[in-house]
Design a binder for this molecule. Structure first.
Ligand code: GLC
Length: 495
């Protein structure tokens, strides 16, 4: 287990009571190779259960994205990304040159109040952003129906590609009156109210978008993952392996992207090594009992886990860190996001002076050297656990499909910004899949997780393009209104 021990070398200065606490935290947060394998095996069963007629805890949502790109898709598309933190509108032109595209885009803040506001406010705001984008980029142009790929990154049941009944909000969203309903009609109504020349072609999950965007330039990509505010994956299944769609008599060899929604893995708490802190995160969330896996690994929760451990240690009579300090800022839920433990892990100085300043500025706490060392180890433990647990999901998809080699396109703040996340994930894959000693370094591995192309922009545009191509070829699986879709091909621009 040398790979997952502390990088500080020794805790010579750390008093014994804090050392005992560090030992306890290690016991809680370290996931051994045996446990990783046990989790992965359970994960494989749960992926299968999600595809079965009876269904399971992991939704395994068919997305009606039924082809990988060949690099030769063309056309102009709008893409709207409603991910969780920002709202982004893009116009993407897939050009004649294979695998290439032009993009213009605008970002809008998604106001915090909206996340617990009303459905009308949400759709009104989203449509306002689209309107602003069109007015800014197409002033005085008479446009006719730009096809839109809408990346709506929440679990949705899709009977068609331009349809999606929200199963439940995730990532801290809590807007009344949306769950259990198709999100498309109120969205389209808001577009109509504003007379916007936009036609929804595809409702897309960010994981599917990520997979498709990555496959546009790398044909060995078979999985798309998001390690960001939330955590999830999509992969290409064949219709014959989806018993819950058997009644549709689809050609068993047809590919169909499945949005796993693996954040819900182990909601029944059978296998994940939950700590008392994970239990608090869940209890205090707007949707207790849901997204158990996500709450242990995703960006929204890593800073909160870190905060809860520190608060507990402050209140613990056996060690009492931050004694005599004002801890009011530390007491505020979600006052630390995942960039906080990430920055601590990045502190290059032996004396942890950057961590000292960070803790002082953010929390108003003057931490002692032993306390800083404890925080550094805690950040490593939380970040490492997240990387190792998510590797179980990737390994499970590959095991289920019998894929010994493939590329995985990945995106999200944790993947892109949390130090060592990639190499820790690669190390865990090696332990789970028993790769030889020279593998698992994160480069040239049999299964390699690579930074993705822009899934919610280019991916959504590509899925719209692939859908329209499919309709033109007379393939109507998952298409509600082929005629309306045909009218969109190719996008018409009046003079
Ligand atoms: C949450 C959402 C899921 C999304 C993921 C990453 O898990 O439920 O749809 O893919 O976050 O954004």
């Amino acid at each position: 287990m040398s790979e997952i021990t502390c990088t500080l070398g020794s805790f010579a200065d750390v008093p014994k009571d804090l050392l005992t606490q560090i030992d306890r935290l290690e016991e809680l947060f370290v996931v051994t190779p045996e446990k990783l394998k046990e989790i992965t095996d359970h994960f494989v069963k749960e992926l299968e259960r999600g595809l079965s007629k009876e269904g399971g805890t992991i939704p395994m949502n068919p997305t009606w994205c039924m082809a990988l790109p060949d690099g030769h898709e063309t056309g102009t598309f709008l893409a709207l990304d409603m991910g969780g933190t920002n709202l982004r509108v893009c116009e993407i032109t897939l050009t004649e040159a294979a695998g290439e595209f032009d993009i213009i885009q605008s970002k809008y803040r998604l106001p915090e109040e909206l996340k617990s506001g009303t459905a009308d406010e949400l759709w009104g705001y989203v449509a306002d952003c689209l309107q602003q984008f069109i007015e800014y980029h197409h002033e005085n142009e008479d446009l006719d129906h730009l096809p839109l790929g809408f990346t709506f990154s929440y679990p949705a049941t899709q009977d068609y590609i331009d349809h999606g009944v929200l199963q439940r909000w995730t990532k801290g969203f809590d807007i009344d009156g949306v769950e259990g309903k198709d999100v498309v009609p109120p969205f389209e109504a808001a577009l109509r109210e504003r007379n916007l020349p936009i036609k929804l072609a595809a409702l897309v999950n960010d994981t599917t978008g990520t997979m498709i965007a990555s496959a546009y330039t790398d044909p060995t990509v078979k999985i798309g993952c998001i390690f960001g505010t939330g955590c999830n994956a999509a992969y290409m299944e064949d219709c014959g392996s989806i018993p819950k769609l058997a009644h549709m008599n689809l050609d068993p060899s047809l590919p169909l992207a499945i949005n796993c929604e693996w954040g819900a893995f182990d909601n029944e708490h059978q296998v994940l090594p939950r700590t008392p802190y994970d239990i608090i995160v869940d209890k205090e969330s707007p949707r207790p009992g849901q997204q158990s896996f996500e709450k242990m690994v995703a960006g929204l929760y890593l800073g909160e886990l870190f905060r809860l451990v520190l608060l507990d240690l402050h209140q613990n009579p056996d060690c009492q860190i931050f004694e005599g300090q004002n801890i009011s800022k530390l007491q505020k839920p979600y006052s630390l996001d995942s960039s906080f433990p990430a920055a601590i892990e990045e502190d290059p100085f032996e004396n942890l002076s950057e961590t000292h300043d960070l803790v002082q500025n953010k929390l108003g706490i003057a931490a002692t050297k032993p306390e800083l060392e404890l925080m550094r180890r805690l950040a490593e433990l939380i970040g490492t656990r997240a990387a190792r647990l998510t590797a179980c999901g990737v390994a499970a998809i590959c095991k289920k499909k019998g894929w010994e080699t493939c590329h995985v396109g990945a995106d999200g703040s944790v993947f892109n910004k949390y130090p060592h996340f990639k190499v820790r994930g690669a190390q865990a894959l090696k332990e789970i899949l028993d790769w030889p000693a020279d593998k698992g370094k994160g480069k040239n591995d049999p299964i390699e997780i690579l930074p993705a192309e822009d899934g919610s922009g280019v991916g959504a545009a590509l899925i719209a393009a692939l859908t329209m191509k499919r309709v033109q070829q007379g393939q109507y699986a998952g298409i509600r209104d082929p005629e309306a879709m045909l009218k969109l091909c190719p996008p018409v621009k009046k003079a």
